[in-house]
Design a protein around this ligand. Structure first.
Ligand SMILES: Nc1ncnc2c1ncn2[C@@H]1O[C@H](COP(=O)(O)OP(=O)(O)OP(=O)(O)O)[C@@H](O)[C@H]1O
Ligand SMILES: [Mg+2]
Length: 361
């Protein structure tokens, strides 16, 4: 599951349009998608034909601290199509914002709720309000990816720094934060001004900018007014085309992020193993020998392929073993004859009247 928040405190830059149409495009590609409407304005819910004033439960019931009104996230989810579900927003979310600001653990509320859904969804898309309050904080905390829509207009980059600071704060507090990627929206390629703005946005975000740009398209506005995503309203519109291209980019990105996470976890696992195991090198000078093994407490005194030494051209035999910390007795077997390790001064008497070498790690 990949959790994606769409946030920017600047109003009207295309957050809701992006959240709704990206969710719909991913769902049409057969991914299981949940759209979470975190905005008290509930525009994402309206844009999908939901009349929130008629609902008896919404995301408010998940985010509230009022025990009587509280619900699980799974209890407020509505099914729109086979692959697209929504946790609708509500005007009351603005009161949850105030309730949350007094609670210490409030920033992880949505993260925990999403966690409780397990693996039910491939993508969870969160539409944030145009502010940097607790609701947006909750979305960022729960996200793998943050999409920052930037409208091609003057002052569009103002305030983006604060959003990025918020992500840095999350990284400091939880040692995990969403990757940030910007999306150019409401782009009019006919104007040189728009092109100049894109250059400015690109120099600000560098590589962290989607190559898809969302062009100005009246079908996007009309679709929202009709309560359907643009792909259902007019599949041939540039809006439908652009959001399908964005969905494709997100799918590729998510696979990369998944692999990065996988390698990071694998590296961490190996690191743990390395710190727990110590590599011990055993050596023996026996140029005439044909075969040398090491046997001891660590391998049940068994001579097999895993305990066989390798011979270097100068006649020394070497064996490396990864051992856990502990005390071990061992011996070498050289062409069938048992010997203690002459390079190791530590030894103990054994029950057979000879000595075993002793190793402490
Ligand atoms: N590419 C586009 N072409 C034309 N109109 C667009 C486009 N993207 C968004 N709009 C329109 O611009 C207006 C603002 O868009 P939207 O509601 O998605 O912004 P927002 O960032 O969610 O706003 P808010 O900050 O209020 O939540 C809406 O009327 C929407 O239909
Ligand atoms: Mg919005």
């Amino acid at each position: 599951m990949r959790a994606i928040s769409v946030a920017n405190q600047k109003g009207g830059c295309g957050k809701t349009t992006t959240a709704v149409n990206l969710a719909a495009s991913l769902a049409l590609k057969n991914y299981k998608v949940l759209l979470i409407d975190l905005d008290p304005q509930a525009h994402a819910s309206f844009a999908l034909g939901i009349k929130t004033e008629q609902l008896d439960r919404s995301l408010y019931n998940v985010m509230t601290c009022n025990e009587q009104k509280k619900r699980q996230l799974s209890d407020v989810i509505l099914q729109l199509w086979d692959n697209l579900n929504i946790a609708p927003g509500h005007i009351l979310l603005s009161t949850a914002e105030q309730e949350l600001s007094n609670k210490v653990d409030a920033i992880s509320l949505l993260y925990q709720s999403i966690d409780s859904l397990g693996t039910s969804y491939d993508f969870i898309i969160m539409d944030c309000p145009p502010s940097l309050g607790f609701l947006t904080f909750n979305a960022l905390r729960a996200s793998h990816l943050l999409i920052v829509p930037i409208q091609c207009c003057s002052m569009s980059l103002v305030g983006v720094g604060k959003l990025i600071n918020m992500v840095e704060l999350i990284q400091l507090k939880f040692q995990r934060a969403p990757k940030i990627k910007s999306l150019v929206t409401i782009f009019d390629k006919r104007t040189t001004y728009s092109k100049r703005m894109v250059r400015e946005i690109r120099s600000y975000f560098g590589e962290n900018l989607f190559s898809t740009m969302i062009r100005v398209n009246v079908a996007l506005r009309e679709a929202a007014a009709h309560g359907v995503p643009v792909i259902k309203y007019n599949a041939r519109s540039t809006g439908a085309h652009d959001y399908t291209a964005l969905a494709d980019e997100i799918i590729v990105d998510s696979r990369k992020l998944f692999l990065e996470d996988f390698y990071e976890e694998a590296e961490q696992f190996l690191q743990d193993v390395r710190t727990k195991l110590k590599i011990q090198t055993f050596a023996l000078l026996a140029p005439e020998a044909k075969d040398v093994f090491i046997v001891g407490d660590f391998n049940n005194w068994k001579a097999d392929e895993s305990s066989r030494f390798t011979k270097a051209s100068d006649g020394t035999w070497e064996k490396r073993l990864a051992l856990k910390p502990g005390v071990y007795k061992y011996k070498f077997i050289v062409d069938g004859q048992w010997h203690h390790d002459r390079n190791n001064p530590k030894s103990v008497r054994n029950n057979f009247g000879s000595v075993d070498s002793l190793l402490e790690i």
